[in-house]
Write a protein that binds this ligand. Structure first.
Ligand code: NAD
Length: 248
């Protein structure tokens, strides 16, 4: 049986219209959270909210391009006006523009950095006042690719940057009761992998001790834990969810 306080907890999940974000939002709805399904694609966010059982529970879709400061300001004002609190921010939205370093264009570089790294920074900065009021938490999506990933210099640099950003926020905000952690998945079975050639995926599978891709719900379970009171003494950490690929 949940307490009234738990029933009222509010989470904002970016990129909730697809893949891992949808799985995170679905998991939080089933755990009793009120979830804002934020995505730059409002139609996808709306379908995701219905599909995840959010309709009628207070959960709702929200249009948000995470790379735009003014859209974060609007989203936080909307939260203040309607839910009047925020307990968990999940910075999950992402894109890829894969090319080797020599072929990478300025546009490929900036688009990926803008969404993953700048978007995560803008979201944390905009949401911190509300998170401080509730003693809330931040979970940022990094990736196994933070250590370097063939054809993904832009993505790898962004995901390494997310780790430094997360750790710094954890250090600065601990005194204010806000925790910040990152989750670093290996390959996950989502639309983001749709364009990856089969032989590349098979090469990955040979390197993964568990010999399979992660399911989005397996990432969502870790995010839900890091957003809950059960992880109240964990901050500034990067949790690898990669089937055993990485060393501690
Ligand atoms: P996905 O492509 O299935 O979904 C990404 C979602 O983000 C989409 O709904 C899209 O509309 C939204 N989005 C894109 N740009 C946006 C923006 N500027 N503002 C708001 N929303 C935006 O991707 P996914 O596989 O679910 O990936 C989710 C996160 O997990 C990403 O940060 C990704 O880097 C990370 N990740 C994925 C994998 C994987 O193998 N799929 C592995 C490690 C990390």
């Amino acid at each position: 049986m949940m307490t009234t306080r738990e029933q009222k907890r509010v989470a904002l999940v970016t990129g909730a219209g697809s893949g891992i974000g949808l799985a995170i939002a679905r998991r939080l709805v089933s755990d009793g959270w009120t979830v804002l399904f934020a995505d730059r694609d409002f139609a996808a966010a709306g379908s995701a909210c219905s599909e995840a059982g959010g309709a009628g529970t207070g959960s709702r879709p929200l249009t948000l391009d995470v790379s735009r400061r003014e859209e974060w300001a609007d989203a936080v004002q909307d939260l203040r006006d309607r839910e009047a609190r925020l307990d968990l921010l999940v910075n999950n939205a992402g894109i890829t523009r894969d090319r080797t370093v020599e072929k990478l264009t300025d546009l490929d570089w900036h688009q990926v950095i803008d969404v993953h790294l700048t978007g995560t920074w803008l979201g944390c900065q905009a949401a911190l006042p509300l998170l401080r009021e509730s003693g809330g938490a931040i979970v940022n999506l990094s990736s196994e690719g933070r250590h370097g990933s063939f054809g993904q210099a832009n993505y790898s640099a962004a995901k390494a940057g997310v780790v430094g950003l997360t750790r710094t926020i954890a250090l600065e905000q601990a005194r204010h009761g806000v925790r910040a952690n990152a989750v670093a998945p290996g390959p996950v079975d989502t639309p983001m992998l749709a364009g990856v050639p089969e032989d590349v995926v098979n090469g990955w599978l040979e390197q993964i001790p568990l010999r399979r891709l992660a399911q989005p719900a397996e990432i969502a379970a870790v995010v839900a834990f890091l957003g809950s009171e059960q992880s109240s003494y964990i901050t500034g950490q990067v949790i690898a969810v990669d089937g055993g690929s990485s060393h501690p």
